[in-house]
Structure formats: structure tokens, C-alpha cells
Design a protein around this ligand. Structure first.
Ligand SMILES: Cc1cc2nc3c(=O)[nH]c(=O)nc-3n(C[C@H](O)[C@H](O)[C@H](O)COP(=O)(O)OP(=O)(O)OC[C@H]3O[C@@H](n4cnc5c(N)ncnc54)[C@H](O)[C@@H]3O)c2cc1C
Length: 346
């Protein structure tokens, strides 16, 4: 089999790169062994405002300009809905926070998203005496359904192999690579936290963060917006809500834990006052880099090997733009910004 690219990994990054290759009429084969599941468990929110400090997310405007049409195209292609528009209601902890919110509302990058009216809480099952600040034009991508449907598309086209990719079986040629029966110009590694097993790129400084989430059934809660307080409560429909997420920098497994569940329950109970039942509990590892920026580029000695990783806590917004940037770098020699290029770690 001769292809332009081998892609290792079908999370948000691998899918975005596969889509870019499809757009550019390049051939590829994807390897994915489901060993990581950050994309599959993620809340899927996109939101250009950091809700702790009310400051803009890095490069948010450019990312959203690419990401929203990208998900729309995938909806058309796969005949399904993945982008669920939903406002975010940030619970204020104090009058000081209300003032900080008003101040942030005037900032150029934020005013299109932040409503300057304080929303009074009318829901007796939510404890929010200082009210909420509302963010608009935000939403949730149902990543799990999207990747599932995308996988089926690739299976039908016979361009995905659902198996582990073994690094020691790569044969580097003067131009290109061989891997078992596949000859390709390049391999693009999109393994998320799996990069730690990759002998070519595991020198890159990942500061991964495990996250756990629960899904609850809460028939009395009755909200159709995302509530952000000590944790987020995201409506999924039919009285189900996703609640998350924890941050753990020590545990490197994707296994849900009792500690994670207890932490989530404690935080949830601090502001949600109705009965609920926990119906699901998931965990994954966010591929975060020490400087919180993505990883793009080619191996310092083998330019047939490229990497697309480091999406951190915001893969939904970042992946589509980074896939385009990497493609342009590899195929059109457009240089990468130092901020995202792996050359910053050489
Ligand atoms: C709890 C939690 C909540 C989150 N919430 C949000 C959110 O609300 N919004 C947001 O934007 N982001 C969120 N994120 C972050 C987001 O999930 C990540 O940024 C993104 O999923 C990373 O995608 P990725 O493709 O780089 O990695 P992954 O999703 O981990 O995908 C890597 C893929 O590579 C495969 N792989 C690895 N090694 C091999 C190998 N050797 N052979 C074959 N296949 C291999 C794995 O099986 C996997 O499918 C959250 C993450 C977590 C954990």
C-alpha cells in the first residue's frame, strides 16, 4: 500500500489532520488502538474566555474562526449534529467577582461573548446568591459521537487499522518511511499522552493532567445552560448532566477512581441542592505541555516523522487550526510560529 501519510491516533488531533489531508486530496492510513481516550471522555466545550480570571483564551479568535466551520462541515459530511450551542452561566462567588466580570465585558476580545447583565438565580436547586455572568456563542461538541462516526467513515473507506502502532517497526528511508506493508512519505504522530511511548518524540516536555468526570441523572434540576462553579454541570438532555472535571498530575492511568468521584460529588454538592444519581464515571489524560502550547513540527533528524500534539485542555478549539498549520508547514514550507513549533524545546 502506497500513501502520502500514516497517521497514528484518531483523537481530535488525528481526525483534524485526516480531514485536512482529505481536503487537500492526499492519501493516508490511520492506526488507532484506543489506548488513550482523552477525546472520547472530554466535555467538549468551546469557550474563548478563561472562567477563573475572565481573560481571553490564547489565540481564541483565530481558533474559533477555523473550528466552527470545520465542525459544521463534519456535520454535513457525516449527517449528524455534533455542535450543540449552549450558554455558560458562571456562578459569582462575591460582589468583587461581579465587578471583575463587568470590567472584563468591555475588553475587545471578550465583549462579543460576555453579557454585561447579571443574571439572578431563579432555580431553587442551585445555590448562587450572587447570580451568574452569562457567556454566549459558546457550545459543546459531542466528540464521542463525532469520532465514532468518523471512524466508521474511515472503516468504510478501508483507511483505518484498529491496531497498535509499533515504533520499532518503522523503517526510515532516504525519502519516506516503510511500516509493514505501507510505504508513506511521512508519519504524523497524534497519540495524545501516548507520545510518552514514542522514542522519537518522548523528549518533549509533557505535563499531562488526568481528568475525571461523572454523568448524573437529576430530574429536578431542569437547566438548559451549562453552570460553572466549583465544577461544571453540562446538560446532555433527558435530565442527564455531565459534571467535571478533576485535575490530577500524579496518576498516569485512565482509570476512574473513588477519590475522583468523591471530589466531584463534594464540589457538586456545594452548589447543587437536588437529588441526583451517578450513572457514569470516566477518566482520561489531557496532553498538556509545560508551556501550555501545542506541539507541531518534524523530528530534528528525521523529517519524515512529524508530530501534532499538546492540545491540552482545549482540543476542540485548537485541533482544526493546528492541523492546517502543520499541513502548510509540511507541504508548503510555511514556517511555524515559535510558540507552537517543537523547535522551542531543542
Ligand atoms: C476529563 C477531560 C475533560 C476535557 N474537557 C474538554 C473540553 O470540555 N473542551 C476541550 O476542548 N477539551 C477538553 N479536554 C481536552 C481534550 O480532550 C484534549 O485536548 C484532546 O482530546 C486531545 O486529543 P488528542 O487527539 O491529542 O489525544 P487523544 O484523544 O488521547 O487521542 C490519541 C489517540 O492516539 C491513539 N494512540 C496512541 N498511541 C498509539 C499507538 N501506539 N498505536 C495506535 N494508536 C495510538 C489513542 O488510542 C487515541 O485514540 C478534556 C480532557 C479530559 C481528560
Amino acid at each position: 500500500m502506497n500513501v502520502d501519510y500514516i497517521i497514528v491516533g484518531l483523537g481530535l488531533s488525528g481526525m483534524a489532520f485526516a480531514e485536512e489531508l482529505t481536503k487537500q486530496n492526499k492519501s493516508f492510513v490511520v492506526y488507532d488502538d484506543r489506548s488513550q481516550n482523552s477525546s472520547l471522555v472530554a466535555g467538549g466545550m468551546y469557550n474563548p474566555v478563561i472562567l477563573k480570571r475572565f481573560t481571553p483564551v490564547w489565540n481564541a479568535e483565530e481558533q474559533l474562526k477555523t473550528a466552527l466551520p470545520y465542525y459544521k462541515r463534519l456535520e454535513e459530511k457525516l449527517h449528524n449534529t455534533y455542535d450543540h450551542k449552549i450558554d455558560i452561566y458562571r456562578v459569582f462567588k462575591s460582589v468583587e467577582e461581579q465587578n471583575n466580570w463587568f470590567y472584563a465585558c468591555d475588553k475587545i476580545l471578550l465583549k462579543d461573548f460576555m453579557s454585561s447583565t447579571i443574571i439572578r438565580n431563579k432555580n431553587k436547586f442551585v445555590d448562587a446568591p450572587f447570580g451568574y455572568g452569562r457567556l454566549e456563542k459558546t457550545g459543546r461538541i459531542d466528540i464521542n459521537s463525532l469520532i465514532h462516526d468518523y471512524r466508521v467513515l474511515l472503516l468504510n473507506k478501508k483507511v483505518i487499522r484498529e491496531e497498535k502502532f509499533f515504533y520499532h517497526q518503522i523503517i526510515l528511508k532516504k525519502k519516506g518511511v516503510e511500516y509493514n506493508d505501507v510505504k508513506a512519505k511521512r508519519i504524523v504522530f497524534c497519540e495524545g499522552y501516548g507520545i510518552k511511548q514514542n522514542p522519537y518524540f518522548n523528549y518533549l516536555p509533557m505535563k499531562e493532567a488526568k481528568g475525571e468526570l461523572i454523568t448524573i441523572h437529576a430530574p429536578d434540576l431542569n437547566v438548559d445552560y451549562l453552570i460553572k462553579a466549583a465544577v461544571f454541570v453540562m446538560p446532555l438532555g433527558n435530565d442527564h448532566y455531565k459534571v467535571g472535571a478533576t485535575f490530577n498530575w500524579k496518576d498516569k492511568t485512565s482509570t476512574p477512581t473513588t477519590e475522583g468521584m468523591l471530589e466531584l460529588e463534594k464540589k457538586l454538592n456545594s452548589f447543587i441542592k437536588c437529588k441526583y444519581e451517578i450513572v457514569d464515571h470516566l477518566a482520561g489524560i489531557r496532553p498538556t505541555i509545560v508551556d501550555r502550547r501545542p506541539l507541531l513540527g518534524v523530528h530534528p533528524e528525521h523529517d519524515q516523522l512529524a508530530v501534532l500534539n499538546g492540545l491540552g485542555t482545549r482540543g476542540v478549539m485548537i485541533a482544526p487550526l493546528m492541523a492546517i498549520k502543520l499541513y502548510q508547514y509540511l507541504e508548503r514550507h510555511v514556517s511555524l510560529d515559535n510558540e507552537v513549533s517543537i523547535s522551542r524545546f531543542q
